[in-house]
Design a binder for this molecule. Structure first.
Ligand SMILES: Cc1cc2nc3c(=O)[nH]c(=O)nc-3n(C[C@H](O)[C@H](O)[C@H](O)COP(=O)(O)OP(=O)(O)OC[C@H]3O[C@@H](n4cnc5c(N)ncnc54)[C@H](O)[C@@H]3O)c2cc1C
Length: 408
């Protein structure tokens, strides 16, 4: 069932912030519109805090938001709302012409807004930006956040440094928000990649897809269907961690199947060597087929077949599974043969192959799906979104778990 704790968490933060700024005692009388300006600023500070907290990839938060991919969608919209609030705060300031503001805190407010507009503009709208550069501009968000905090502490008509419920709230959220930011920027990659291993086998499955085996120094506990972040220590390779679903293996040996989609995945395909050291963080993801109902419908788009493969390999599930595997061109349907063989040995498993190079796109119009079916979907965001909408509209109360291969 869909977890709503994440939405409740955001709502609780917003409500607490609103009420505390509304009821806070002022250091001097101000007009009602100025009170609104302060509340808007308080909500923006909480937006910053929430966004840095969500970016820590905390496992509990992942569950509250039904997976990291959905968590990052909330992250994106909170960022948009936060920048909107800062604009409103600044516009009201202009309207009120708050000339009583001390020059430095006032200038810090403008600086924060300017920095934020530039960074948000780049991260949200510059589609040419490589993921690495995009991530770097993201990390710089700590600058406008810190400036905004200074601005709030030293220009507010509410004495935030004096002991009060609001003072404690702003101090606490600032502490958690800044610690989360510092953790993400300086410590995440050093402390979280605890599973070390070596690449022990590489197989080219097609002109763009490889399957690579990793032997780990210590076992990793994961459910088949989950994904990990991996750092690959080979000269010339990008250093940043990348997310990939585990496509097979157990404990100390896992396989990943990766498709060329940019610089890093091209490096993997062209140059990855056996013996290369790796470090892994995770697992993440809520695609746990063993927790689904007896009847299951699986939809895989292209390389989105990987989590399903982890479950199918070396196992004989007792569920009744119907798989729809959609891919573009035979070179992309790399697991078709394996799945056909698997189907012959497993009567409760049925598969359908949709090669969109020669066939129309997969549609579920006219396909009868029983209500007590768990639906699992994985693949490109656009495709998955379309099917999620279709199933939500046409199968009331459908049990849907999905993962889009996108975290931004
Ligand atoms: C949960 C999840 C599971 C995935 N599983 C697989 C898999 O099993 N096999 C597979 O081939 N691909 C998988 N992907 C996609 C894979 O992570 C990207 O294709 C890969 O990181 C692209 O890197 P690049 O440098 O080659 O391409 P780029 O051109 O740099 O990136 C292409 C897109 O990939 C995403 N991306 C790139 N780098 C990162 C990063 N460091 N962290 C997060 N996202 C990034 C961004 O959305 C970016 O726009 C998965 C993605 C996610 C989110």
């Amino acid at each position: 069932m869909k977890n709503i704790k994440g939405i409740l968490f955001i709502a609780a933060i917003a409500i607490i912030t609103f009420v505390l700024w509304l009821l806070a005692v002022l250091s001097e009388p101000i007009v009602p519109l100025d009170r609104v300006r302060h509340i808007v600023a308080g909500l923006a500070l909480s937006g910053f805090f929430l966004n840095f907290l969500l970016a820590t990839r905390n496992k509990m938060l992942e569950k509250w938001f039904n997976g990291l991919d959905k968590l990052y969608i909330y992250h994106k919209y909170i960022a948009i709302v936060t920048i909107g609030l800062i604009f409103v705060h600044s516009a009201i300031g202009e309207l009120l012409k708050t000339s009583d503001q001390a020059p430095l805190p006032g200038a810090l407010g403008s600086l924060s807004l300017g920095a934020l507009v530039v960074l948000m503009g780049i991260t949200l709208f510059d589609k040419r930006l490589t993921y690495e550069k995009w991530r770097f501009t993201h990390k710089l968000m700590i600058v406008p956040y810190t400036i905004s905090l200074f601005h709030a502490y030293f220009s507010s008509h509410i004495p935030l440094l004096r002991f009060s419920a609001l003072g404690v709230w702003v101090g606490l959220t600032a502490l958690i928000g800044l610690s989360s930011a510092i953790y993400i920027i300086f410590f995440y990659q050093r402390v979280r990649f605890q599973h070390k291993g070596t690449v022990t086998n590489i197989v080219k499955l097609g002109p763009k897809i490889i399957e690579w085996e990793i032997s780990l120094n210590s076992p990793i506990q994961f459910s088949k269907g989950q994904f990990i972040f991996i750092k690959v220590y080979q000269d010339g390779f990008e250093e940043a961690p990348h997310p990939f679903s585990i496509s097979g293996g157990n404990d100390k040996k896992i396989t990943l199947t990766t498709r060329v989609s940019g610089d890093f995945t091209a490096q993997l395909y062209d140059d990855l060597n056996p013996g290369t050291k790796v470090a892994i963080e995770g697992p993440y993801g809520l695609m746990d087929f063993s927790k689904g109902k007896k009847k299951q419908l699986w939809v895989a788009g292209g390389i989105g077949i990987t989590p399903f493969m982890a479950y199918l390999r070396d196992s004989h599930p007792d569920q009744e599974i119907e798989l729809y595997y959609s891919y573009q061109g035979i070179d992309s349907g790399v697991y078709r043969q394996y799945i056909e063989e698997y189907q012959k040995k497993n009567p409760s498993f049925t598969s359908h192959f949709i090669d969109t190079a020669t066939m129309p796109f997969l549609s579920f119009e006219g396909v009868s799906i029983q209500e007590d079916t768990s639906i699992f979907m994985c693949g490109p965001e656009k495709m998955i979104k379309g099917y999620v909408n279709y199933f939500r509209q046409n199968l009331k109360g459908a049990d849907i778990t999905f993962e889009a291969f996108k975290l931004r």
